[in-house]
Design a protein around this ligand. Structure first.
Ligand code: SAH
Length: 218
């Protein structure tokens, strides 16, 4: 996928510095690094914060939510790509940044957000950027997206106390879910791989996400 021209002329060098940093931190997938380099993160935060968009840090996006740290976005994306998914369910659209990264990688993305204001803003941004292959849904993503299952990949960008069983069920055989699991302060990034025999969990590093919440916020 190519992004609409004219956007992203700014901070080419700053962006490159970020990808170099991610590479040093262990991100090895050239496709992921290229996506991080290509998607203009400064357009996913408020203008007042855009000068910090290429720091490797989470930033506020309103509604008490954050755009995830680039390293974590890259890491989760890298884990997903290992199973070569085509259709991916994202729970927690937020700013739409992770969504745009997945779409840039030519994945078909089904993204769910419980906060209406965030979902609308993300939809507008992606449209403006000319990003295709994304379907948006304002809903509680912990119950998945029944009419579109199964998914080869599921990525949850909010911390879950437990792995939602609906998301496990909506995972295709051969598919993988990447999900932070734990309490509000600390979660373990967890991979759930599904094969004919069932689901297998692998725990990766500790992360800190805003919590996965029940219900809708209008
Ligand atoms: N990937 C986003 C991260 C946003 S933070 C980004 O890079 O910007 C996590 C998001 O998950 C928040 O927007 C929050 O509103 C959303 N969220 C929390 N619980 C949810 C649920 N049950 N269903 C859908 N979205 C949820």
């Amino acid at each position: 996928m190519s992004l609409r021209k004219g956007i992203g002329m700014t901070s080419e060098r700053t962006r490159r510095r970020l990808t170099e940093r991610l590479e040093e931190a262990g991100i090895s997938s050239p496709r992921v690094l290229d996506a991080i380099l290509s998607v203009p993160r400064h357009l996913f935060v408020d203008e007042a914060l855009s000068h910090r968009a290429y720091e490797d840090t989470a930033l506020p996006i309103g509604h008490n939510q954050t755009i995830s740290q680039p390293y974590i976005v890259a890491l989760m994306t890298q884990f997903l790509l290992e199973v070569a998914p085509k259709r991916v369910l994202e729970v927690g659209t937020g700013s739409g940044y992770q969504t745009a990264i997945l779409a840039f990688l030519n994945l078909r993305v089904f993204t769910v957000e419980r906060v209406a204001g965030l979902a609308e803003r993300a939809r507008g941004r992606l449209k403006q950027l000319g990003v295709r292959g994304v379907r948006f849904h304002h809903a509680d993503g912990s119950i998945g997206w029944t009419s579109e299952e199964p998914f080869d990949g599921v990525i949850v960008t909010a911390g879950a106390r437990e792995i939602p069983s609906a998301l496990k069920e909506q995972l295709a055989i051969g598919g993988r879910m990447v999900i932070p699991v734990g309490n509000t302060d600390n979660q373990a990034l967890t991979l759930v791989d599904r094969d004919q025999n069932g689901w297998h969990e692998t725990i990766k590093e500790n992360v800190r996400f805003v919590p996965l919440m029940p219900g809708l916020e209008i």
